[in-house]
Design a protein around this ligand. Structure first.
Ligand code: PCA
Length: 202
């Protein structure tokens, strides 16, 4: 059976949980559209996260790669369309690194479009009653670096594998300490990821 690789991140910036890993780990072994879900937990570290992703891809040889990360403050499931070749950290990563104005991969293109049908995915999410948006920036922190490294890896190998990045809001428990911050419940995020996978495989 073909495999879908889903990844989530370690908590960062003083948080106790990362909703991305909480949602992703629940889908381990799930059967979706004739595929089995494999999961990997990535460190929220510039240096190690892309390597951990590439290792997981070598191990699972997935037919689809969907990386998921927390985007605190966003109110919808955010489908990332673009990765930029820039690290510009506002906070330190979990290893204490805080790169400013350096490329993710020296000599690589300035940007990539994620090879993922983001519009079809957004439509499918909205039809299921889940707030969704297409995003034109994954930021300049670890998530963007992972998406960029993923796109570069596939482009260099001329791989046809669809792959991309989904940012998700805080969990309600995280938002509880931040009046006014939007959040999405884990069950909804789980449903959203299943819908994203089905739409991406179509
Ligand atoms: N979100 C961060 C890194 C890890 C995560 O879950 C980001 O958006 O870059």
């Amino acid at each position: 059976m073909k495999t879908v690789l889903l990844t989530g991140f370690d908590p960062f910036d003083g948080e106790k949980v990362n909703p991305s890993w909480e949602a992703v780990k629940r889908l381990r072994g799930a059967r979706i559209a004739g595929h089995t879900v494999a999961v990997a937990r990535l460190p929220t570290e510039f240096e190690r996260a892309p390597k951990a992703l590439v290792r997981a891809m070598a191990r699972h040889r997935p037919a689809l790669v969907l990386c998921v990360g927390q985007a605190g403050g966003r109110a919808a499931i955010s489908l990332e369309r673009v990765a930029v070749n820039l690290l510009d950290a506002r906070i330190a990563d979990n290893a204490g690194a805080k790169p400013v104005d350096v490329p993710v991969i020296a000599g690589a293109p300035a940007a990539y479009f994620a090879p993922l049908p983001v519009k079809a995915m957004a439509t499918a999410l909205r039809e299921a009653g889940i707030p969704a948006e297409i995003s034109y920036t994954a930021g300049t922190f670890v998530c963007n670096a992972v998406l960029f490294a993923l796109c570069h890896h596939l482009a260099e190998r001329r791989s046809p594998v669809p792959a991309g990045f989904v940012h998700i809001p805080y969990l309600p428990a995280q938002a509880a300490g931040r009046p006014g911050a939007p959040s999405l419940d884990l069950d909804i995020v789980g449903r959203a990821l299943r819908i994203c996978i089905r739409a991406a495989l179509r």
